[in-house]
Design a binder for this molecule. Sequence first.
Ligand SMILES: [Cu+2]
Length: 498
Amino acid sequence: MRQGEIYRAATGTMRNLFSADTTGLRDATSTEIVELRDGDSFDLKATPVRKRLGEAVVRMLAYNGSIPGPTLRVSQGSEVTINFTNEADIETTVHWHGLRLDNRYDGVPRAHHQGMQTPIPVGGGFTYKLRFPDSGIYWYHPHVREDYTQELGLYGNIIVAPIDPAYWAPVHRELALVLDDILLEGGNIAPFSQTESDRTAMGRYGNVMLVNGETEYSIEAGRGEVVRLYLTNTANARPFNFRIPGARMKLVGGDSGRIEREQLVAEVLIAPSERVIIDVLFQQAGPLRLEHRTPEQAYTLGTVTVHETPIERSYAREFSTLRTSPELVAERARLEADLQRPPDKTLALVAEMTGMQHHGGGYSHVEIEWEDTMEMHNQMTTPRNMSWKLVDRETGAENHGIHWSFRVGDRVKVRIVNDPHSDHPMQHPFHIHGERFLVLSRDGVPNENLVWKDTVLIRTGETVNLLMEMSNPGSWMAHCHIAEHLEGGMMLSFQVHQ
Ligand SMILES: [Cu+2]
């Protein structure tokens, strides 16, 4: 059989599929920017929409009718209320990714984690109260069957403006760019079973790239313009290596705020759920491409047309000034002892397949799998025949069996080892809820440029040391942010006591 036939044979056996019907659905609109002040309330609703992706017209899911959902702009230190209604086709929650918010509004369902919120049924609603202690770029998405709902378009950004007006360098404009991919087969989104997730081995890699939900994203700029780009990777599994050949790029921030030392860069790597903030200077007129470049190939994600008419007020000097962040310089001064001491916790990342062909062991592994290189096999893996494990090296506890306990004020050193000898070694973006952390070192090499993080990419075979700052009481989870790996069990919980 050819690949397509094998695929049809496999999907032919899939039961209980989510609807792909677009009859009567409204067309997705473009993303709205919503400014929310302290004390404001905002209505957010998840519904099915119809959307054109190139030649295909597909059924997707959207917050307030747009993909991405509304970009919320708020101020650091403010609090807002979100009245959420679920009119999608599956029970859901909203997780506010990266926010150090009140535990009960974290949007983690009981299925993942005891004591948390009951999933919101179709037709139901929930009121979230959000607070924003940290400036930077965050995002929101469901925490039930993320493999399905996130692929179908349920994601949106939150930009938290800093209290300190000099926190960021001045720029002409700010833009949030959501990087994503989607898997299309014969003019439809490759089907999803309502019963269980699939592609547990590698996660679902798309074959169409999206920027802000568009297949042909384009922007315009003036010569000399400096634009701050807030990049978020909302793909189920694909890491993006982002660049704009012909423009100058300066790395200024990450998951949670600014970076220790600003740095001119040629490209930035963004794993699923990570954020990167770059200032881009368009020095020359002409057409430019937004690119995702892997060692094998370059994808065009979108285009920038830079016009000849120069910008009046120049920020070229501010752009070439590389600033340092005093709060992270202060953190670095405290890290020496943490770098030396043994870890408080050690976790191994392990794949286990039952009754299926193994892909680890003797295989030479790559640090990052940029593509789904074993499509047929991957498609047939489910949580029934494959499990992903976080293993506590000290106790032997696994996934749901891990319940760490800490106190507010603890600084916990966590070592994560991505076992290269398991049944399918690959990279994992490891995400921690409710707290922030610093990456101390990778394979023993100290991190030379700190930034507060909530997600860290751990390459195949890599050992990464983190320093978690326990600042937010509650019962939290940590998990791999490849949606299919989370469905495959790759999560743990930890309690932070007051
Ligand atoms: Cu993973």
